[in-house]
Design a protein around this ligand. Structure first.
Ligand code: CA
Length: 404
């Protein structure tokens, strides 16, 4: 195994087998692209200039979009170059001046989001929500669910980086027992622990992205919290799906883990019954062995596992484009809430508290939905190629009171 000369990197969640990207900013300087090793950001632009790397200008941008648009050959060559620089002791003098402690930088929005789609790919989550929202039905899943990855187009302009305060949304709410809706701050504000996938190179109008072309188009993954106002959502979602109950904010991690860092994380998904249509490549559906932690005010309240999802990432992208819809650099799609079969694996408070009826305990008291001042952090980890675990980008947000 190759090890890095950067102190503290070996065996950490940011070892040389990870190398996630972000956009960072130092006081008085323009934001630009960096990669993480150990507790440092590699300021890539000066390192690339010093090494006369042909694509070094891509790191001078204030977003990852130019790098992502470069396509798979560029992603692979940059990763190979950077791995070499960080493992070859003779390169140390060139790079060391450009290693900046993570604590000395501010992290920005990592990429400009194109279109944003949110799926609903967890069987356990979809079943739980079906039972909570439609308790009078015997079958919690709607008839389409096992035949296609259900999704909706979300609001790209309100995808925000980790650390952005979440202003409690206002809107129409109507409980089933009420005759008429009322207007006011959401009383059932919630989180959804999800994984986001970022398109690097898009596809033209009229073209599909088959499942086998997944890795040619997908640059990497981010942590994602699909904040959800359940009372607004429950009243508005029939028949066209989520709207204002979701569009006020979606948080993503500042670090984007390249798909290439996840080679050791692929696993077979639990299986699909009935067999989906041929364009969804039934059979060997592969997912990612990513462990998630939902942290409320410094206490872990749930541990969902992404490996239990029903629909695979490649199936979601194939479905997203099967009608010929084009994709472009920066498009983002989310997995849907990651929930497992056990109570402690539920990725939303809606499920953890069973619609608010069965409070869960956090920091010594009973909880249902989010309160003003709550801090939610989503953490993610995956097996790395070097045998340890990668620490994927975390997503944090603090709930602040509704505005008048
Ligand atoms: Ca969602």
């Amino acid at each position: 195994m190759t090890t890095s000369w950067v102190e503290g990197a070996t065996g950490s969640g940011f070892d040389v087998d990870h190398l996630p990207y972000a956009v960072f900013e130092r006081p008085g300087e323009e934001p630009r692209v960096g990669a993480r090793i150990g507790d440092f950001v590699v300021d890539l632009a000066p390192v690339a200039a010093g090494d006369m790397l042909a694509v070094g200008h891509l790191f001078e941008a204030a977003s990852l979009n130019p790098l992502m648009a470069g396509g798979r050959p560029v992603w692979e060559s940059v990763r190979q170059w950077l791995t070499g620089m960080l493992t070859d002791e003779t390169e140390r003098d060139l790079i060391e001046p450009s290693l900046v402690p993570v604590s000395d930088v501010a992290l920005r929005m990592p990429f400009e989001v194109g279109d944003y789609v949110d799926f609903y790919a967890s069987l356990d989550h979809a079943s739980n929500v079906g039972r909570i929202f439609r308790p009078d039905q015997d079958e919690p899943l709607l008839p389409n669910w096992r035949h296609l990855p259900v999704g909706y187009h979300g609001r790209a302009g309100t995808v925000v980086p980790s650390g952005t305060d979440i202003i409690r949304p206002q809107g129409q709410r109507k409980a089933p027992a009420d005759d008429l809706p009322t207007f006011g701050p959401s009383m059932r504000l919630d989180v959804e622990a999800e994984l986001g996938f970022v398109v690097g190179t898009g596809s033209g109008l009229g073209n599909r992205i088959p499942t086998e072309a997944f890795a040619d188009h997908v640059f990497g993954v981010v942590g994602l919290n699909d904040w959800s106002a359940r009372d607004i959502q429950a009243w508005e979602y029939v028949p066209l799906g989520p709207f204002l109950g979701k569009s006020f904010a979606t948080s993503i991690s500042p670090w984007v883990t390249p798909l290439d860092a996840l080679d050791a994380a692929w696993v077979d998904l639990p299986g699909q019954d009935p067999e989906p249509l041929p364009y969804l490549s039934p059979g060997a559906t592969r997912g990612l062995d990513i462990e998630v932690e939902v942290v409320l005010n410094d206490e872990v309240v749930s541990r969902p596992s992404y490996s239990s999802m029903y629909w695979s990432p490649a199936q979601m992208l194939a479905h997203l484009t099967v009608n010929g819809a084009s994709t472009r650099t920066g498009d983002l799609w989310a997995s849907g809430t990651i929930s497992g079969p056990e109570r402690h694996q539920r990725g939303s408070f809606l499920e953890l508290s069973w619609g608010g009826k069965e409070p869960f305990t956090a920091v010594g008291r009973e909880r249902t939905f989010l309160e003003d001042g709550d801090v939610v952090v989503l953490r993610y980890s995956a097996p790395g190629a070097a045998g340890g675990r990668l620490t994927l980008g975390e997503v944090a947000g603090t709930v602040v009171p509704a505005r008048d």
